[in-house]
Design a protein around this ligand. Structure first.
Ligand SMILES: [Zn+2]
Length: 418
């Protein structure tokens, strides 16, 4: 045995059949933290575990690498001194409705407070949500100031052009019966498919029907809140909101094949302006890269679009994705409204999105939506016309004309060598 592998015990520590007598009960949707109980996904004291999977979403795999390499002790416990949220969120009535929130732990930011006695007694209970403050600076906001569309007020927007925000990072915590209900399948089928399609990664999905909560190894969400976070739950305060799905190529690197970054920065501008009017703003950013298909699939689709006969036309936009991925979209907005309910939101006055899927999910979950704000035409990159026209024809909201079949054939993007 090498020095590397000798660091870990020689026996495999299975979780699949050991019902932990010391695991505290977890009653999803119970009205108080004490009645609900803590989410314990520790890999340390196995008997305490009351969920399937472990913390940190996809980063749990890196944590395993850190243990395997000897960089991290598996016994390490987080010192939560001074880590508490900068702003208290909730509790809201939605937290006590087991069907309103099924994909995050509403008490996830408050564990160091609400489960302090259990932590003091040695339980490894970790926050799944963290709330902090930030200043965000974007060239598009600097341009909006230069052109006079936005004005620094020293409160929402500093003299240096930075937007003052509260931001929250949210890790996924799934209540499997609730997730199954959202997708209209049985819990047994959901568990079996999750097990099989991850290559059998979590045997407890099929062996431990008593464990109803799963910490899936996927990306989470980040919330950027403009103005007072508590005002988000007040339907009389104007709320400007965008729910945005990650598109690294556009969001970060400015790739011009889609409208993601310009729409995102437009939403941030609208959030700042709305907050300066006395409202509040929210951008909820979900790690669902490339319609949750991932970047490899996304780039394959780009090539297939641009190499097809007749070039990259809007009428073939969805077909090319479906050819490569088998579906048009894997984002499935069914779980997206949970984070809005965590924030206590009951009304969005201005939804900065044209997506009918997002709109339907939000309104279907009981949140009222007033105005829908489209991306201004002048912000659409030329090569992204293909995408936006295809989406409008497929049902995306537009205050203007919906492109017909002829128009879609005539919307052609740049070639690969252009
Ligand atoms: Zn994009």
């Amino acid at each position: 045995m090498s020095a590397q592998t000798s660091r870990v015990p020689s026996h495999i520590r299975l979780t699949s059949h050991s019902g932990g007598p010391d695991a505290p009960p977890l009653v999803w949707g119970a009205p108080t933290a004490a009645e609900r109980g803590p989410v314990i996904g520790t890999t340390g004291t196995r008997a305490h575990r009351n969920v399937i999977g472990t913390h940190s979403g996809s980063y749990s795999v890196y944590r395993a690498l850190a243990v395997a390499s000897g960089a991290l002790s598996r016994e390490h416990r987080a010192d939560l001194t001074n880590t508490s949220p900068t702003d208290v969120v909730g509790p809201y009535p939605q937290w006590g409705d087991p069907a309103a929130i099924v994909s995050l732990d509403p008490w996830g930011a408050a564990v160091a407070d609400v489960f302090a006695p259990q932590i003091a007694a040695g339980a490894d209970i970790r926050p799944t949500i963290a709330v902090t403050k930030a200043h965000v600076q974007l060239p598009e906001i600097a341009e909006a100031i230069a052109k006079g569309r936005l004005r620094p007020d020293g409160r929402v927007l500093t003299d240096g052009g930075a937007a003052v925000v509260t931001k929250a990072a949210v890790e996924p915590v799934w209540h499997l019966p609730g997730v199954a209900a959202r997708f209209g399948c049985s819990e047994a089928d959901l568990r079996r498919v999750l097990f099989e399609e991850t290559g059998g990664m979590y045997p407890e999905l099929v062996t431990r029907g008593d464990l109803e909560v799963f910490l899936p190894p996927i990306g989470g969400q980040t919330l950027y809140i403009f103005g007072d976070p508590r005002a988000l739950s007040d339907p009389s305060v104007e709320l400007t909101a965008r729910v945005h799905d990650e598109c690294n190529g556009s969001d970060v690197f400015g790739s011009d094949i889609c409208t993601c970054r310009p729409y995102l920065t437009h939403a941030i501008e609208e959030c700042i302006a709305g907050t300066q009017r006395g409202g509040v703003g929210l951008v909820a950013y979900s790690r669902k890269e490339g319609r949750a298909l991932g970047e490899v699939t996304k780039f394959l689709v780009y090539n297939a679009r641009k190499r097809q006969l007749g070039g990259d036309t809007a009428d073939q936009y969805f077909a090319r994705t479906e050819c490569v991925a088998g579906v048009q979209d894997m984002r499935f907005q069914e779980l997206m409204p949970d984070v809005l309910h965590w924030l206590g939101i009951t009304r969005i006055h201005r939804l900065v999105s044209m997506s009918n899927m997002k709109y339907d999910a939000i309104t279907g979950s009981g949140i009222e939506v007033g105005e829908r704000v489209n991306i201004p035409d002048e912000l659409i990159p030329a090569d992204a016309r293909v995408e936006i026209d295809a989406k409008m024809a497929a049902g995306y909201f537009t205050p203007g004309e919906v492109p017909d079949a002829d128009a879609l054939r005539n919307t052609v993007g740049r070639g690969l060598s252009g």
